[in-house]
Design a protein around this ligand. Structure first.
Ligand code: TYD
Ligand code: ZN
Length: 408
């Protein structure tokens, strides 16, 4: 089966599920393709639902793992300088607040070791990474890395070979998991009694307030807020003990969960109140969501098509996963956007999924000056605008799609 439609909530198993956003049918965002395979491309529904019982916002259409990525998954977190800096400060926080020398830190979905590399000196570290070539990159840095997906069984094996972990982390993967129960059970097995499970995911409040509709794609199964997470951990005799908003990927939350002890930071109630005031725990908040998202799309499409009608050259910058949701929802093609530049070597030479726009090396921008460049990697806005100063001085202007459509 390449795709299933669930009819119960991932957190509370309830069936009071209402569709709050439909983006149409999209190919998986990481499936960059070559010309010969255009006709093989498959699309799956990209619809977002709200659970009336626990208020988890989620996708119910689950695309099989092997359809989400073809070939080797070649996303190396450390290729992004701002992310490297982010994980360094994240590691500093964990070190100060949760660790003593010699403790074991396990990272689920450890990628190329972007978090764990910061713990090598004083702690034992273990990464878990299903993508072989990415895991290999971590091993080259001296980070012990286990291949595969995290399960209860894997957790038990780790306890046998490495002992229990003081910190288990899962960043930008916890929202990708269909079977949350398995992960939380595994985490329970693996953690010391005073240990902490910490995860960062994009935050629903940012998504809703900034209309970050492009962060919706098949890999992102959950759009977390604090309330349903409390419910999830409660089911396993754990509790959300601390939460923090962090400024990555357009706005994320870092959630700390522990075995129940009653020591809950004030921040938990603070964010819950903020969510409640923003209406995130009611279906009504999402009444105009579809219309609001479509308004952003219409503004962008009108702008780009107007520039094209004036004979201007428009291109795009960065081919992140979310960029493909945006391109496909806007139904942009190579007639609208001449090419997309991206620094990732495996994407270069391929076409963007669905929209079929050629991905080229950013070197082209050293000689060509597009009139307008749509910034798909808008989460790195400041970094990129600074990096491309010279290009802007030559006359290229950036179109920023989110949080507000603007030209800079
Ligand atoms: P990112 O937001 O890190 O990940 P995801 O694909 O999960 O959304 O992706 C950023 C993309 O933008 C990545 O393909 C690399 C590209 N990029 C550039 O081309 N130039 C840059 O200066 C930066 C920061 C990113
Ligand atoms: Zn629910």
């Amino acid at each position: 089966m390449s795709h299933v439609h669930k009819n119960s909530c991932r957190v509370c198993k309830g069936m009071d599920l209402t569709r709050i956003l439909s983006l149409g049918e999209h190919p998986p965002v990481d499936n960059f393709i070559d010309v010969e395979h255009i006709n093989d491309e498959k699309r799956y529904p990209l619809d977002v639902y709200f659970c009336g019982t626990c208020n988890l916002v989620q996708l119910l259409d689950v695309v099989a793992e092997e359809k989400l990525f073809h070939g080797d998954y070649a996303y190396f977190s450390s290729a992004s300088k701002p992310l490297v800096d982010h994980f360094r400060s994240y590691a500093d926080d964990l070190q100060k607040e949760n660790l003593t020398e010699g403790d074991l830190v396990v990272d689920i979905g450890s990628n190329d070791g972007i978090l764990l590399q910061n713990f090598l000196e004083k702690y034992h570290v273990l990464g878990i990474e299903p993508s072989g070539n990415v895991a290999e990159a971590a091993r080259k840095k001296g980070i012990e890395t286990t291949d595969g997906f995290f399960t209860v069984e894997m957790a038990k094996k780790i306890v046998e070979t490495h002992g229990k972990a003081k910190v288990v982390s899962a960043n930008n993967v916890f929202a990708h998991i269909d079977n949350l129960d398995e992960i939380v059970r595994g985490v329970q097995e693996l953690l010391t009694d005073d240990g902490v499970f910490v995860s960062e995911s994009h935050y629903l409040l940012d998504l809703v307030e900034k209309l970050e509709f492009d962060t919706v794609y098949h890999e992102h199964l959950c759009y977390y807020s604090v309330k349903p997470l409390q419910r999830l951990f409660e089911r396993f005799d754990m509790e959300v003990s601390d939460v923090r908003r962090v400024d990555v990927h357009g706005g994320s939350i870092r959630v700390y969960a522990r075995k129940k002890s009653g020591a809950v930071a004030l921040s938990v109630q603070e964010l819950l109140t903020l969510e409640a005031n923003a209406g995130l725990h009611t279906l009504e908040r999402f009444d105009s969501f579809q219309k609001d998202v479509e308004a952003v799309r219409d503004t962008l499409v009108t702008l780009v098509r107007r520039f094209r009608a004036e004979g201007k050259v428009v291109t795009a910058y960065g081919a992140p996963a979310k960029g493909n949701t945006l391109l496909n929802f806007c139904e942009f093609t190579a007639d609208d956007l001449k090419y997309v530049t991206d620094t990732t070597s495996y994407k270069i030479g391929l076409l963007t999924p669905g929209s079929h726009i050629p991905v080229v090396s950013p070197d082209i921008l050293r000689t060509e000056t597009p009139d307008y460049i749509l910034l798909l990697a808008w989460n790195y806005r400041d970094f990129i605008l600074e990096k491309e100063k010279e290009l802007r001085e030559r006359g290229a202007q950036f179109i920023i799609p989110i949080p507000n459509v603007e030209i800079v």
